[in-house]
Design a protein around this ligand. Structure first.
Ligand SMILES: O=C(O)CCC(=O)C(=O)O
Ligand SMILES: [Fe+2]
Length: 209
């Protein structure tokens, strides 16, 4: 199975609505490997997530309280995920002409009680992030576990409330959709990433991580 199994739904939904939600995007085995791998990484390697651009990054625990860890090319499960997302990048470019140039992503761990208040991932003309992706890794998530992703439309209308269940992929236009992560009542593990356009084309250099 590859990213292309779901590609028609993803492309249709992205071009119709600007976002898509794909349950079971990630094969169960791969999701399990990523989950075990991330859980085995010692706590001191995870960083408290920051907000804002390079010079002005601040740790603001009123806005977000998750911890993050950027994926690299070497460990097998991370490599496999990056490869899958690159297949997706190529397929999206072929159909939607977004000129996506690269992809970066990090694990995000929300301990019990963590949240991420309403925000946009990119501001027009100030970022080369074009599409946000979120992949969830926890099994058997229930409504009472909280931690849902809420995606907002015009005038604060709730468009979607997404349960962060293992294997579900969410993709949306980074500049368009305000979203938030509701308080999680359970350890919550995900991978958030961004497809980006080339800085030499956009004239924008995104902050170094
Ligand atoms: O984990 C999620 O559902 C969304 C995370 C998010 O909005 C972000 O990391 O920017
Ligand atoms: Fe976000």
């Amino acid at each position: 199975m590859t990213a292309l199994t779901h590609i028609d739904h993803i492309l249709d939904s992205l071009s119709d609505k600007g976002y898509c939600i794909v349950p079971n995007f990630l094969p169960k085995e791969m999701a399990g490997q990523l989950f075990d791998h991330a859980n085995a990484i010692p706590a001191q390697h995870w960083n408290t997530a920051a907000i804002g651009r390079a010079e002005q990054q601040t740790i603001n625990t009123l806005v977000r309280t998750d911890r993050i860890l950027w994926l690299r090319k070497e460990p097998q499960p991370e490599h496999d995920y990056l490869k899958l997302m690159d297949e997706l990048r190529v397929a999206i470019n072929r159909d939607l002409f977004l000129g996506l140039f690269d992809y970066e992503c990090h694990f995000a761990h929300y301990p019990k009680g963590a949240f991420y208040k309403k925000h946009l991932d990119a501001f027009k003309g100030r970022s080369n992030r074009r599409l946000t992706t979120v992949m969830y890794l926890n099994e058997n998530w229930t409504d009472s576990d909280g931690g849902q992703l809420v995606i907002y439309g015009e005038r604060g209308k709730v468009l979607e409330t997404v349960k962060p269940e293992r294997g579900t992929l969410v993709v949306f236009l980074s500049e368009k959709f305000v979203h938030e992560v509701l308080r999680s009542n359970r350890d919550r593990l995900s991978i958030t990433g961004w497809f980006r356009i080339n800085a030499s084309v956009s004239g924008i250099v995104d902050p170094p991580r």
